[in-house]
Design a protein around this ligand. Structure first.
Ligand SMILES: [Zn+2]
Length: 71
């Protein structure tokens, strides 16, 4: 398990807009909140994966700005 210091997941959509899901620790769970649409979810496992899923499904935002070079 890599140590992840980031408490948010950000992705860009095809129009270059940034969408951010914040990940906050809430006891054993993580509380996810989407900046764009107000979506909320709590997740005990893999909160970042759930955040990515939401960004992809709700906002078609799949481009990792930090990320992997190439399209
Ligand atoms: Zn959203």
């Amino acid at each position: 398990m890599p140590s992840i210091t980031s408490s948010k997941v950000s992705r860009w959509d095809q129009h270059g807009r940034e969408h951010i899901v914040h990940v906050q620790k809430a006891g054993v769970q993580r509380a996810l909140t989407c900046d764009t649409c107000g979506w909320r979810k709590s997740a005990q496992f893999l909160p970042w994966l759930k955040a990515e899923e939401h960004l992809a499904e709700a906002h078609q935002a799949t481009i990792d700005p930090a990320g992997t070079p190439g399209t």
